[in-house]
Design a binder for this molecule. Structure first.
Ligand code: AMO
Length: 439
């Protein structure tokens, strides 16, 4: 008999089927044994009656996370016994044969059969391979997969070509100190802090490019929104009239992504009580205006023209109240806190750049880039960088490139915020932070 998936059972009432999967939990009611079985398609209740002696004997040994194969009759559950919460809640399997395929070798350190795990972050992460089997935890990654899938669909529709760029580099792309230096044979190398240089090279070739790829940041911070390896959703586009074009494109992308996630992940969102608001026009304000609002409305003063995590949270709160938007673009960041490749504004103290904030946290940075060779070399020198070290990057501009710009989106922060997760690490299968290189 061919294996079928659990989600096919409702249309097979009256037939004997073969299922394979994981035991979520076993419950005994007198002589009846109930087992909740799950596979990649869903979950179903099975009942083992004493008359099926072999199956009943085997079922008595079953524990959570045993991997089993069963043959049994699909039966409709009587009205009162239906489980409305799951699509297969109207049927159950009366088991005729049960075999163990594989089983845990040890006592399970956490009970993952429960709906709410209520574990602290370290326990969630230390026992990752097991914890990830929990239904509610798995929902995070279904949403994550939908989100990056939707991202790729919309940017492709918009004419961006997907590229993959090297992650071992001979120089640090984003400047600052948060890069990992590694040994590369007899040289030093750096793990990519972003695909910045290569996506700009991509514009010179394909005009519009995007990448979904690993980004490495040696952030010493131990926060709820930083990790040391994350997946960046980058894009870069040529022939722009200004950085407003980049924001308009990103707005279109976020609107599509949010619609797709809310349409295709209803059950998963519901498990977290999360609701996605449709994205319309995303409000835009200069960083200096935002700082003004923080000062006047919240009594929060910043020492310099910059915004911190608390400021981002408060400005999002203000935008939600005054513009009913979960998103806001902050624009015109000062030159001294933006990378050397950022296009200066007509007032050269500022840059043609933006951050996109979502539900209290920065999820993207972007802007227009300097595309003139001489101007770029001058900017490097101003940022105390040696143009000689960037000669291959500079080739892009030596050979000519159109005005261009783009963005880098942090994928995990989007899911963290949609679901209201306490830490970004919950939105990563196997996160890396200052203290965590395993599992
Ligand atoms: P930036 O450095 O702001 O910009 O990074 C872009 C986005 O990446 C996410 N992010 C992080 N997520 C988790 N952990 C971290 N340590 C972390 N650091 C950054 C954030 C952030 O908004 N090259 C530019 C982008 C561009 O201009 O195209 C860049 O990398 O969501």
């Amino acid at each position: 008999m061919e294996r079928i998936l659990i989600d096919e059972t409702p249309k097979l009432i009256g037939q004997v089927v073969k299922l394979q999967g994981w035991v979520n939990i076993r419950r005994d009611h007198g002589k009846l044994i109930f087992i909740d079985l799950r596979d990649r398609s869903g979950k179903i209740q099975m009942v083992i009656i004493p008359d099926k002696e072999d199956a009943h004997r085997a079922a008595k040994e079953i524990r959570s996370e045993y991997i089993i194969e069963v043959e049994g009759l699909v039966k409709a559950r009587p009205g009162g016994a239906k489980n409305e919460k799951i699509p297969t809640g109207g049927v159950e399997i009366e088991v005729e044969r049960l075999d163990v395929i594989s089983k845990p070798e040890v006592e399970l350190p956490v009970d993952i059969s429960v709906e709410e795990l209520n574990l602290n972050l370290d326990t969630l992460l230390d026992n990752r391979t097991l914890v990830l089997r929990n239904e509610k935890v798995k929902a995070i990654f279904k949403i994550y997969a939908e989100m990056i899938g939707a991202y790729a669909r919309i940017v492709k529709q918009e004419g961006f070509l997907e590229i993959k760029t090297p992650k071992i580099l001979d120089s640090a792309t984003e400047g600052g100190a948060n890069f990992f230096k590694i040994k590369y044979f007899d040289k030093d190398a750096y793990l990519a802090q972003s695909p910045q240089f290569y996506k700009q090279a991509g514009v010179g070739i394909f005009e519009r490019v995007f990448e979904v790829g690993s980004v490495f940041r040696a952030e010493p911070h131990y926060t709820t929104r930083h990790v040391n390896e994350y997946i960046g959703l980058d894009a870069e586009m040529g022939f722009i009239g200004g950085f407003e074009d980049v924001m308009a494109e990103l707005e279109k992308v976020m609107a599509y992504v949010m619609v797709e996630v809310s349409r295709n992940c209803q059950n998963e969102l519901e498990a977290y009580g999360a609701q996605i608001m449709p994205v319309e026009k995303i409000p835009r304000m200069k960083l200096t205006e935002a700082l003004d609002i923080l000062d006047k409305e919240y009594g929060k003063k910043m020492d310099e023209v910059d915004i911190d995590a608390e400021g981002e949270r408060l400005i999002c709160e203000w935008v939600k109240k005054n513009h009913n938007s979960d998103f806001v673009f902050l624009t015109h960041y000062p030159t001294n806190i933006r990378p050397f490749y950022s296009m200066p504004s007509p007032d050269p103290q500022y840059t043609e750049t933006f951050d996109l904030l979502f539900m209290g946290v920065e999820i993207a940075s972007g802007g227009q880039r300097i595309h003139n060779y001489g101007q770029l070399v001058a900017s490097m020198k101003k940022h105390k960088l040696d143009p000689e070290e960037f000669r291959h990057y500079l080739d892009i501009f030596k050979y000519g490139i159109p005005p261009h710009g783009g963005w880098g989106l942090g994928s995990e922060r989007i899911v963290q915020k949609i679901l209201g997760l306490g830490s970004i690490k919950e939105a990563i299968l196997f996160p890396r932070d200052v203290k965590r290189l395993t599992p």
